[in-house]
Design a protein around this ligand. Structure first.
Ligand code: PMP
Length: 428
């Protein structure tokens, strides 16, 4: 893995690998600062997908013809590449439609175990009245709503680590909520609103001390920093391909081997079965039993290409670059009159994103104003309504970076924002 520092010159050079970043919008050069919502595709990924579709495309794990053999071997090689990228074994990752889908596979699987599916092997995952599920008030809806549904389905109680006035929380806040009754602790590795980096090791230790499992929403970490699931010791994790320069429509469910073996499949059908009779069915071992139906083969191969590309850039270098950009955004945005950045101040390391509130101007107006200058950011609640409610607002504007982002991009953002309150008459 490369460890070279990403200078602005290097970021500009890497940007040339992403054709869309050269686009103009409204006659202005695009300044894309919405990587937290979706990253863009490099020619490396686009070329690999096209080459696969032109020369080897076939459904995998079925059919005796040559194309089927080629696509199956590409597909399983890709599984090896992606598993290595996240510090997992190949049989510990299952392809899903996205991170949201992967988190639902966990919650629906636990619901099934709680109904008695999966037999004796699934007993450790069973939940019922008296048991507690702990999340945080800062979660993305994808790591919140499925847990609400699971609590409703099982009679377990949903509790949460409260967010403070800045929208962040600490391990001590978590210790105050977790009890001997806690069976699951689910949380985001990196917050998509505050950029907070969760104390994963300490939470895993806390979970272990009460016999709870851990579920990590790794959507905003795997694309942006080196992540090793074995080293972190989490039980399950989920992330999306499209946020790490890979294709859309693909997510990854990671599960420690013994945990995946305990989880009943939430989706059933073709490709995940051993023996089917008219009365009943036996399922394949993980990960295949979590991959019902025809697989997203070009997307999986595209994601492997994305991982190789990211390894070439260097994940440690990406993390360092983005933490510097995160601190720069917090410093420069906070210095603007009437702008408040959500989250900790610049002295606390955060991922390369900043959500902020502009006094007197709704985030949709801020986003449109920036868009007119070619700057793409995200306005709204960022799928974190409870966190915004906790902070007393309905929405914020978020700028999120990647390794192609330069200081000039932040300059453009800050300079445009300097005019936004005057434009809407909010400075009077
Ligand atoms: N969790 C977090 C922290 C996210 O940022 C996102 C994407 N916005 C998700 C979960 C859901 O990912 P997806 O929409 O790709 O399923």
């Amino acid at each position: 893995m490369s460890s070279s520092v990403i200078t602005d010159a290097r970021a500009r050079e890497l940007r040339r690998d992403f054709p869309i970043l050269a686009e103009q919008v409204h006659g202005e050069q695009l300044v894309y600062l919405d990587f937290g919502a979706t990253a863009q595709r490099s020619t490396a990924v686009l070329d690999v997908e096209r080459d696969f579709l032109e020369h080897r495309n076939a459904a995998v794990h079925r059919g005796a013809h040559e194309l089927a053999a080629l696509s199956t071997s590409d597909f399983e090689d890709a599984r090896d590449t992606i598993a290595r990228f996240i510090g997992a074994d190949a049989d510990e990752i299952a392809w899903q439609a996205g991170a949201t889908d992967a988190l639902n596979t966990v919650t629906l699987g636990i619901a099934a175990a709680s109904r008695g599916r999966g037999g004796d092997e699934s007993v450790p995952l069973r939940l019922g009245p008296g048991d507690e599920i702990v999340i945080t008030e800062a979660e993305h809806h994808a790591n919140l709503v499925p847990w609400q549904e699971l609590a409703l389905a099982t009679g377990a109680t949903l509790k949460w680590v409260p967010a403070n006035d800045r929208g962040t929380w600490s391990i001590d806040d978590a210790r105050a909520v977790v009890t001997e009754a806690t069976k699951v602790i689910a949380f985001a590795h990196v917050s998509n609103v505050t950029g907070m980096i969760a104390p994963v090791e300490q939470l895993v230790e806390l979970a272990t001390s009460v016999g709870a499992i851990t579920v990590l929403d790794a959507c905003q970490s795997v694309p942006h920093r080196p992540v090793d699931f074995h080293a972190l010791g989490v039980d399950f994790a989920a992330f999306s391909s499209h946020k790490m320069t890979g294709p859309n429509g693909l997510g990854v469910l990671y599960g420690r081997r013994e945990r995946l073996a305990q989880l009943p499949p939430a989706r059933t059908g073709g490709s995940m079965i051993e023996i089917v009779t008219m009365e009943s069915t036996t399922f394949m071992d993980p990960p295949t039993r979590f991959e019902a139906g025809t697989q997203a083969v070009p997307q999986v191969i595209g994601l492997a290409a994305a991982c190789r590309y990211l390894e070439g850039v260097g994940m440690a270098a990406i993390a360092e670059h983005e933490e510097a950009l995160g601190a720069l955004m917090v410093e420069r945005l906070s210095a603007l009159d009437g702008v408040t950045v959500i989250g900790d101040d610049a002295s606390v390391p955060r991922s390369g994103l900043a959500a902020f509130i502009v006094d007197g101007v709704h985030s949709h107006d801020v986003s449109q104003f920036l868009d007119a200058r070619g700057i793409a950011v995200r306005g709204g609640h960022h799928c974190a309504q409870p966190l915004h409610r906790r902070l007393g607002v309905t929405a914020s504007t978020r700028a999120s970076s990647y390794f192609t982002t330069t200081d000039d991009d932040i300059d453009a953002l800050v300079s445009a924002l300097g005019d936004v309150r005057a434009y809407f008459g909010a400075d009077r």
